[in-house]
Design a protein around this ligand. Sequence first.
Ligand code: F6P
Length: 319
Amino acid sequence: MKKIAVLTSGGDSPGMNAAVRAVVRKALFHDVEVYGVYQGYLGLLNNNIKPMERGSVGDKIQRGGTFLQSARCPEFKDREVRQRGIDNLNALGIEGLVVVGGDGSYRGAQRLSEEGIKTIGIPGTIDNDINGTDFTIGFDTALNTIIDAIDKIRDTASSHERTFIVEVMGRDAGDLALWSALAGGAETVLVPEHKKDIKEVADKIQQGIERGKKHSIIIVAEGVMTGEECADQLKKYINVDTRVSVLGHMQRGGSPSGVDRVLASRLGAYAVELLMAGESGLAVGIQNNKLTKTKFEDIFSTQHVLDERMYRLTNELSI
Ligand code: F6P
């Protein structure tokens, strides 16, 4: 393979730049020409494709967001629209494409692979909700951002003897909520994968107060309900001074952690190796600290599952 391209797609995540850097540098190391597609699949359709040099990815490893930019592009599901993107790649002689994104982005990559462009996916999302990998790029950084916020919220919660509800990202997956609840020492966590009665939450807060607890932290994943809804429901059962903190998109920003930079670098380089070996229709990942490849169809065939033991542990430790 002589020419490849790389794009970032879907919601950005810290470490995407490190992944693009690894793809570009690994390709150049092996004398493979490499192009950057700006604005994800939208840029592919608009021919926003530029050659990448060694320096194009200099001073990027520590930056949050994605310098290639990202865009949601629902029209890419349309076969005829997609063909425009394929024509743009063909015109430049690009045979392989690395897509950094979530599983929506993988679906586009799978279709391109079926239509003649060799594609490899790299898991980039803060949600950690992609099968075939233990961790996605950006999860660790977002987790640390949330923990930092919880620690600060705890200070003021304690000063005022308040119950804080912290709403974190995660529409369908509770990983960010669960890990941050465990690491932040929260009293309760609400995740989309488990239905929890708010009365049960209220009872737990009440029991804590009776034992002398001065403040409480409840973590709620946005996919369960909003923080405000949670506060309203809680008020039906318990009379506590409550405040809500919605962390929002700050969870997606910031300089990537060391763990995310290393993961992104390993996965980016591995994606290039696979393309050079003529492979396609695969996503790379890390499982038990080993680099792995999984067919897109296998990634889509099952739901992402929450770590049940960790869920139980979080509840056990927050008595
Ligand atoms: O998929 C990552 C994610 O950050 C989700 O956790 C969140 O629900 C969503 O993206 C927000 O998307 P947008 O930035 O398009 O509002």
